[in-house]
Design a protein around this ligand. Sequence first.
Ligand code: C2E
Ligand code: MG
Ligand code: MG
Ligand code: MG
Length: 287
Amino acid sequence: LFGVLGGALALAAVQLGVMLWGRQQPLERRLRRAIRQGGLTVVYQPIVDLHSGAAVGAEALVRWRNEQGLPISAEVFVKVAEDRGFIGEITRFVLRDALGELGAMLQRVPGFRINVNVAPSDITESWLLDELRRNLRAARVPPGQIGLELTERSTAERAVAVDAIARLRQAGHRVYIDDFGTGYSSLSYLNELNVDALKIDRSFTRTVRPGAEAPSIVPQIVEMARALNLDVVVEGIETAGQAEYFRAMGGQIRGQGRYFAHPMNARDLLAWVYARRPPAPAPAAAP
Ligand code: C2E
Ligand code: MG
Ligand code: MG
Ligand code: MG
């Protein structure tokens, strides 16, 4: 409860700060200018195989610092861009950055994947598939190395979501449901959506801790995902205990969180991933 309260208070403080400072210039206008003038950056957070400890991929996360150099919460400014109808410009920027980095990454780490977050309005836009196709070709990246993360909000309109997901998967991309468990997807609906993987929201991960008053329901979510043939990524792993808890569940399971690595720039990501790559198979003995 205190965690939730603390989070809500922090978010309120950020919003208040944004509002007060926005008296001088609305956040929207400054954000639009930052997009135009190259004021956004992208950081990458590794997604790790809990059994081997190797990174199998990373999630791209957008960052913005204001003119004073202070970071503005992605949650806050992404929402502004969504509400004001220009989130597509951010998505496009992140996609380009991610595909460029992925092209370089794949030279050193075969099979690496990058996930990009897409907003509800993005998945029905025709430019999304065109943009993906064009950038993949330029970066020489196979489509299966790109994952798109959709929140359950994106899937509120059933027919639209089913169709958009099908088209993304037909193009060869992987589709993830992000923050799973925070929305209202029923089991049958999830089955109908036909995605590749679930990212279990970190509010569930948080319930795995010593002295927790109730058993975590994450094992049931993982079982359900597996019954539907979906891959699983557990978000927000912050402690060794949580990593071990999920590892001990067995089967293919992946995790992401500060226990493994904070989001970082692409250069640091390459070094991080390269240092943890699985050992090369031993050379065959000479005859
Ligand atoms: P998300 O897609 O669920 O991304 C995961 C968020 O959890 C990131 O916050 C990440 O920094 C944070 N996180 C990672 N590990 C931990 C951990 O161990 N503990 C805790 N407490 N947090 C952790 P971030 O970067 O602030 O982004 C927040 C949200 O903003 C994202 O949630 C996503 O919904 C949205 N977002 C971020 N970048 C983009 C983007 O490029 N496009 C769109 N459309 N949305 C984005
Ligand atoms: Mg995400
Ligand atoms: Mg998430
Ligand atoms: Mg989230």
